[in-house]
Design a protein around this ligand. Structure first.
Ligand code: SF4
Length: 86
């Protein structure tokens, strides 16, 4: 019996289908990331950093009182246990 093996090379149509599938997945990833922001209390957020690690110098701080990983109004002078340097 002869097997019908097709080449794994992707044609133009396959590439377009892959891109079409990837775009919604990437959009969902951004929404999902926002949905999984941690509450301030869980992150042990405090509005005044006393340890020299303010949100303004954290890689998760987005400016405009927003953080990528902690929900709520986040002061640039605050801090939490998730602080990471830029
Ligand atoms: S220290 Fe970083 S992770 Fe924590 S609230 Fe501030 S910006 Fe967000």
């Amino acid at each position: 019996m002869k097997s019908e093996f097709k080449s794994p090379r992707m044609g133009r149509r396959g590439a377009l289908m892959l891109i079409g599938a990837a775009v919604p997945v990437l959009a969902l990833s951004t929404k999902a990331a926002n949905a999984f922001q941690m509450p301030e209390s869980t992150a042990h957020y405090v509005p005044d950093a006393t340890d020299g690690k303010p949100c303004a110098k954290c890689k998760f701080y987005e400016g405009s009182n927003a953080c990528k990983v902690v929900k709520g109004s986040i002061s640039p002078k605050g801090t939490c246990m998730l602080w990471q340097p830029h």
